[in-house]
Write a protein that binds this ligand. Structure first.
Ligand SMILES: Cc1cc2nc3c(=O)[nH]c(=O)nc-3n(C[C@H](O)[C@H](O)[C@H](O)COP(=O)(O)O)c2cc1C
Length: 172
């Protein structure tokens, strides 16, 4: 059964990823439910392979900087469910997600959230939920650097998580 063909039709996976962890989850989820996918890309990206990313990324996240994003060709508000994923930077969500949240009013929007982090990611998830307090959060999950920790198992966990959210929603 293609879950996205049930009641909850239009699903969008939105994510930012600098070093690929959040990306593999995003792609696994989108593929498993056959949804649209939107990668947020800042106009000026940090260098993923340079150690300076920790300084500049941490600075941007701490200062709540909202970098200019490359053009977004779709309207995220057209979707029934947005599944949003972010790496954790300096105990919070990433600056491109900050830009996304300030660009679109997600009040009342059905959303599911995931983070990728080195540590437990709890603080960042709480901050993300606080920023989205007017949205309808249907689920949340945190992953530890899936690229390094059995990516196939993590991808399976992610797809099970999202399919359950959709099933529960459609069952209501
Ligand atoms: C600038 C920067 C700051 C980070 N800060 C944290 C942090 O506060 N807590 C944490 O658990 N991981 C932190 N990390 C690790 C990332 O959250 C982790 O590697 C994540 O999986 C990266 O996702 P990505 O590969 O999709 O970019 C940081 C990484 C960077 C680049």
């Amino acid at each position: 059964m293609n879950l996205s063909e049930k009641n909850m039709k239009n699903i969008l996976v939105v994510y930012y990823s600098l070093t690929g962890n959040t990306k593999i989850i995003a792609e696994a989820i989108a593929e498993s439910i056959d949804s649209e996918i939107l990668e947020l890309k800042p106009v000026k990206e940090l260098k993923a392979e340079s150690g300076s990313k920790y300084f500049w990324g941490g600075y941007q996240a701490t200062m709540k900087i909202k970098p200019k994003l490359k053009p977004i060709e779709i309207n995220p508000l057209d979707y029934d469910l947005i599944i949003l994923g972010t790496p954790v930077w300096a105990w919070t969500y990433t600056p491109p997600i900050h830009s996304f949240l300030s660009k679109f009013d997600l009040t009342g929007k059905n959303m599911a959230l995931w983070t990728c982090s080195q540590g437990d990611g709890i603080k960042a998830m709480n901050k993300l939920k606080k920023a989205l307090k007017n949205a309808n959060i249907l689920g949340e999950i945190r992953f530890k650097e899936p690229k390094q920790h059995e990516p196939d198992k993590v991808k399976e966990k992610a797809t099970k998580w999202v399919k359950k959210i959709i099933l529960d929603f459609n069952a209501k």
